[in-house]
Ligand binder design. Structure first.
Ligand SMILES: Nc1ncnc2c1ncn2[C@@H]1O[C@H](COP(=O)(O)OP(=O)(O)OP(=O)(O)O)[C@@H](O)[C@H]1O
Ligand SMILES: [Mg+2]
Length: 237
């Protein structure tokens, strides 16, 4: 009986939206034309969404808004049904650290730390013990094929290796939603597909939602829903 009740609770949570936005507009100071021009998007638990678009079409802007890294000019963004605009910076940071995994287009690793420490960082921020954090970080780096690069400083890694470290850093907290901005942009074809497949596997085995920006249509087609960002709006592909 109590098991049933627990399951129902879990299902209810799983069926809800993880990240959503409505009426989203973004105009940057100095640009005459809005980069985002009325975007409505709902990403439910476990869903895969791909976003493609030409360079400068606003893909990174959209992802940054969904992840609460920047604020929209109009419209709202909800993460786990919480309106980001209504949250303090501290609460937003907390939701980002606990519920979202962000893979930046330009990885943003900390240069003075090793690959292992970079991946352990979000766990240390959560006050996990250092030993536990380093063990989990090493496991996650092994998943992206970097078990032999744990002690390299991020400046000693190749571009593709850095991108995989950034991916491991986003996965290590087991976030409900992974927002990945060109996660395979610097990788050769074979590695790009392997990394992409890893993202899909995490999505499927652990019911993590996935929003991926990519310029690679072939990779985008592997995902359940695909959109093209054109003139600041999302078109279904
Ligand atoms: N902080 C900013 N201030 C002013 N303009 C900006 C800023 N950030 C982005 N832009 C502009 O907004 C537009 C969209 O940028 P964005 O980075 O979202 O594009 P993108 O689709 O991710 O492109 P790419 O495929 O090259 O990464 C571009 O024209 C860019 O120059
Ligand atoms: Mg971009």
């Amino acid at each position: 009986m109590s098991n049933d009740a627990n399951n129902m609770g879990a299902n209810k949570e799983e069926s809800g939206s993880v990240v959503s936005c409505s009426g989203l507009y973004k105009t940057y100071h100095g640009l005459e034309v809005a980069v985002l021009n009325g975007i409505d998007l709902t990403v439910n638990a476990g869903e895969q969404v791909a976003i493609v678009g030409t360079s400068g079409s606003g893909k990174s802007t959209l992802l940054h808004l969904l992840g609460g890294l920047d604020a929209p000019s109009h419209g709202d963004v909800r993460v786990l049904n919480q309106d980001l605009a209504a949250l303090s910076e501290a609460k937003k940071g907390n939701i980002r650290n606990h519920s979202l995994g962000f893979v930046y287009q330009f990885h943003h690793l900390l240069p003075e730390f090793t690959a292992l420490e970079n991946v352990a960082m979000p766990l240390l921020i959560r006050r996990m013990t250092r030993d536990q954090a380093l063990t989990l970080a090493a496991d996650t780096l092994a998943k992206v094929g970097l078990q032999h690069r744990l002690e390299h400083m991020s400046g000693e890694l190749s571009g593709g290796e850095r991108q995989r470290v950034a991916l491991a850093r986003a996965l290590v907290t087991k976030p409900q939603c992974i927002l990945a901005d060109e996660p395979t942009g610097n990788l050769d074809r074979h590695t790009a597909h392997a990394v992409f497949d890893l993202l899909l596997e995490v999505n499927q085995s652990q019911q993590r939602s996935l929003v991926v920006v990519t310029h690679d249509l072939e990779l985008a087609k592997k995902m359940q829903r695909q959109y093209r960002l054109v003139d600041g709006k999302l078109q279904s592909l």
